[in-house]
Design a protein around this ligand. Structure first.
Ligand code: NAD
Length: 370
């Protein structure tokens, strides 16, 4: 048996507990059937933590997150907390996790399952077999740079200011994540910036090239201007493997790439920190969707984004790539069998509930394990 991993599960609010419930069953399945040994702890975050402790994440929970090998996060928020002041919003829990764990690398795969090809707004031949990974810098750039303000001008107008700022090390560390991941995939990185009009873009291009030439010369690198990258993503997305970009361009390009694959209920993500002395990174895995209060508690939620986020944890935090393949393969076969939650319903599909989707995945895993 391998050493036990410490896993912290934070289901959160709305559909979070429902979709995470299916992941808990999968954690148990991998514990019983594969060489995966996990100490699982569960705690409150978001609105649930506000109700219990008066803050969106307690210090004790934060300590557990910092000590965990992986945090599995559901979703937070709901209309009952909308009137709360900013410091008492459920989202503060997630923001504190990202900040205190120093999660600077956001990984957003865009993976198109064959059975859902028709859910894409693009032609089937453009998205069939699509498998790209956007690596977005998450803690720097224009969303955080100072000065950041709206100020009054002498002539009576107002002026809004945001500052795009990146340092050598901020660029090099995200580039290393992208090159490293590309080495485990098709070995190609496209770096996206606006070096034609932005000084931070010039530095970005130079530093990514430096990391490539000095540390990852075996990986194929291309530079693409961010506007062209957006265009290419809808023209011919399969030309890309890993795309690395700053916070702002990554925000937009990852949403464009995500929608190539259809539904919000299918999109996983990972956020990684810097490696420690032993090479381990702090990591948080979460679906891209929110807490979907409109369908919460009704068994309608699609658990696949959260399930696929757990597959990312198997691959990136536990180094269990073949177990991740096994889980993704099971999801693929469940979809091919026609089972659908309402959000991904296609003609002739069989409508299933959240837990029935979980049952179907476990049945496929059992079949594959026989
Ligand atoms: P949302 O992602 O929760 O829902 C958008 C739409 O997609 C809804 O119609 C919802 O029913 C549907 N949907 C989302 N996930 C689904 C799933 N797994 N299965 C089936 N359908 C799904 O976004 P929203 O409605 O803008 O926000 C709702 C709440 O979630 C708000 O309080 C918002 O602040 C919060 N939110 C949280 C996160 C997070 O925790 N990371 C992210 C986004 C929004």
């Amino acid at each position: 048996m391998s050493n036990a991993y410490n896993v912290l599960v934070l289901p959160g609010d709305g559909i979070g507990p429902e979709v995470m419930g299916e992941v808990r069953r999968l954690i148990d399945w991998f514990g019983e059937n594969r060489d995966f040994n996990a100490n699982v702890d569960q705690d409150l975050v978001g609105g649930a933590a506000l109700e219990a402790h008066g803050e969106a994440i307690s210090d004790a929970c934060m300590d557990k997150a910092l000590a965990a090998d992986a945090v599995l996060f559901g979703a937070v928020g709901g209309p009952q907390w909308d009137p709360n002041p900013f410091h008492l919003k459920p989202e503060r829990g997630l923001l504190r996790l990202r900040k205190d764990m120093e999660l600077f690398a956001n990984l957003r795969p865009a993976l198109c399952f064959d059975a859902l090809v028709e859910a894409s707004s693009l032609k089937p031949e453009l998205v069939s077999g699509l498998d790209i990974l956007i690596v977005r810098e998450l803690t720097g750039g224009v969303y955080f740079g100072e000065p950041k303000e709206i100020r009054d001008l002498p002539d009576g107008q107002r002026e809004g200011i945001d500052t795009q700022r990146y340092t050598t090390e901020e660029i090099r560390r995200i580039a290393r994540v992208a090159f490293d991941l590309a080495g485990k995939r098709s070995n190609r990185v496209a770096s996206s910036e606006k070096s034609n009009v932005m000084q931070s873009g010039v530095l970005w291009r130079e530093e990514v090239t430096w990391v490539h030439d000095n540390e990852f010369a075996g990986v194929e690198l291309e530079h693409v201007l961010a506007d062209n990258c957006g265009m290419q993503l809808v023209r011919n997305p399969k030309q890309y493997d890993v795309i690395v970009c700053d916070n702002l361009f990554g925000d937009m390009l990852s949403d464009v790439a995500a929608m190539l694959t259809g539904s919000l209920g299918m999109l996983p993500s990972a956020s990684l920190g810097a490696p420690d002395a032993g090479g381990k990174r702090k990591a948080l895995y979460e679906p891209v969707h929110g807490s979907a209060p409109d369908i919460a508690g009704q068994g309608k939620a699609n658990p696949l984004a959260t399930v696929l986020s757990f597959a990312m944890a198997l691959r990136y935090s536990f180094d269990l790539g073949s177990e991740a393949d096994l889980l993704e393969g099971a999801v693929d076969r469940v979809l091919a069998s026609g089972k659908r939650t309402a959000d991904i319903m296609t003609k002739g599909g069989e409508l299933v509930s959240t837990s029935q989707m979980g049952d179907a995945i476990i049945a496929e895993l059992n079949a594959a394990a026989r």
